[in-house]
Design a protein around this ligand. Structure first.
Ligand SMILES: [Zn+2]
Length: 200
C-alpha cells in the first residue's frame, strides 16, 4: 500500500482517508498533514484566532437556525425566479422591505420563532414582507390566509372552511367535500347534521 509522509511529524502512514484528510489540490487527494497533526494545527489556530473562530461558529449556527431558513426562503420566493414559489410571490410583485435584506434586522424585528410549528406569515396576503405585515404564526392559520381559500358566506359572515369548521365543530373534510365534491350549497353544507356511516 502507498505510504505518505506527514510534513509535520515526519511519520509515514498508509495513504488513505483514515490517516489523512481529503484535500483538493494534492496529487493523491489527501492532505500533507496526518490527521493528528491536522487536529493539533486547527486547535492552535482556534486558540490564536478566538474572535474569528467564534464568528465562524456563529455563522454556522445561524445558517442552520429556523429563523435564518425562514429569512432566506422569503428572499428566494421574492427574488429568485428559479424557485417554485416565485410565481406566487416575486412574480405577483411581493417584495421584502429594504431593512430586511440584512438577516440581523429581520431577526431583531421578528424575534426568535416562538414554536417549531410556526412559520413566517404575512397578515395581509397581498402585502409585502415588512415588520408591520409579518408575524410568526401556526401553519394552520397561514393556510386560512392563502389566496386559494374561498370564503363561504353564511348568516352574514364570511369565513374560510377552516374557520367554519372550528366555529361549528364540524370536520373540515366534511364541509370541504360537501361543497367541492358534492356541490352542496353553503347553507346545506354548514347546517345539515352528518349522518352516521353515511357520506358526506
Ligand atoms: Zn503528522
Amino acid at each position: 500500500m502507498n505510504q505518505k509522509t506527514c510534513i509535520r511529524c515526519r511519520f509515514s502512514f498508509p495513504a488513505t482517508p483514515e490517516f489523512f484528510s481529503i484535500g483538493r489540490g494534492y496529487a493523491d487527494g489527501l492532505q500533507s498533514y496526518c490527521k493528528s497533526c491536522k487536529r493539533e494545527l486547527s486547535r492552535s489556530w482556534r486558540e490564536q484566532n478566538r474572535e474569528r473562530h467564534r464568528e465562524l461558529c456563529r455563522r454556522w449556527n445561524r445558517a442552520r437556525s429556523a429563523e435564518y431558513l425562514s429569512w432566506s426562503n422569503m428572499i428566494e420566493r421574492c427574488y429568485n425566479a428559479k424557485t417554485k414559489a416565485y410565481k406566487h410571490y416575486g412574480a405577483r410583485g411581493i417584495t421584502v422591505c429594504e431593512r430586511w435584506f440584512a438577516f440581523e434586522n429581520f431577526l431583531a424585528d421578528m424575534g426568535p420563532r416562538p414554536r417549531p410549528t410556526d412559520s413566517l406569515d404575512r397578515i395581509n396576503n397581498a402585502g409585502n414582507y415588512e415588520p408591520s405585515n409579518c408575524r410568526w404564526a401556526k401553519r394552520v392559520q397561514q393556510m386560512r390566509n392563502t389566496r386559494v381559500n374561498h370564503l363561504l358566506e353564511f348568516n352574514g359572515e364570511r369565513r374560510t372552511i377552516a374557520e367554519w369548521s372550528e366555529k361549528l365543530g364540524m370536520p373540515y373534510t366534511t364541509i370541504h367535500e360537501r361543497i367541492r365534491r358534492y356541490g352542496w350549497t353553503t347553507e346545506q353544507a354548514l347546517t345539515l347534521k352528518a349522518q352516521k356511516g353515511k357520506k358526506p
